[in-house]
Design a protein around this ligand. Structure first.
Ligand SMILES: [Fe+2]
Length: 210
């Protein structure tokens, strides 16, 4: 059952964070500095783990929706910016891809390895880094940066993150994935998103059916 006090505190913390994130973006835009400052802001929000890692949010059933679900936390305000709490099951991975917008991942519980890549006309396509995104660790990606994800852990214990995107997932219809040669193809976003801004019976039914 929803905990109304928890949901109210979560919405208030999210609203405060969105105000600060908006101020950072207004000053710095989607630059390296701006994205890293927004990542640091979200690391502060992630300290309120008890507001996000709760039984209100259930993982996708194994084998459905690519073992992923994201619950939207912020109200649409005309900016397209979207903050989610995401749950991914161990073993889930994605191919190297970009987002064509900035994206910020911050760990809440469990670990997701992010491999970073460079597509260089002369040096070819190669991995350049690996970051274990877990509690206290965040990663900010610019629109043209390339990553793949590899969810760690055991069994069906989900890995939890806060994810903040320049555009909501359903709007990211121009993402590109890369094969080992660097060749690109269209990479559709995972659209298994649910609205957690208002807890309703309808939302809970939708969760039960996923
Ligand atoms: Fe991604």
């Amino acid at each position: 059952m929803p905990n109304n006090n928890l949901a109210a505190e979560r919405q208030a913390r999210v609203a405060e964070a969105m105000d600060r994130l908006g101020a950072i973006e207004k000053t710095h835009g989607g630059t390296r500095t701006g994205v890293d400052l927004m990542r640091d802001e979200l690391l502060q929000l992630a300290k309120y783990k008890r507001l996000f890692v709760t039984s209100e949010f259930e993982p996708a059933k194994r084998g459905t929706f690519k073992d992923f679900v994201a619950y939207r936390l912020n109200e649409e305000d005309g900016s397209d910016r979207a903050l989610y709490v995401s749950l991914a099951l161990p073993g889930k991975s994605s191919p190297p891809h970009n987002h064509n917008n900035w994206a910020i991942l911050v760990g809440l519980e469990g670990v997701e390895e992010n491999r970073l890549y460079r597509a260089d006309p002369e040096q070819g396509f190669q991995q350049i880094d690996s970051i274990e995104v877990g509690p206290g660790v965040g990663l900010g990606l610019l629109g043209d940066e390339i990553h793949s994800i590899h969810v760690q852990g055991e069994g069906d214990v989900p890995v939890w993150q806060l994810r903040f995107y320049e555009r909501a997932l359903e709007l990211q219809t121009d993402r590109v994935q890369f094969d080992e040669s660097g060749a690109t193809t269209f990479f559709p976003p995972n659209q298994n998103t649910k609205d957690a801004t208002v807890r309703t019976e309808q939302t809970n039914d939708a969760v039960a059916q996923s």
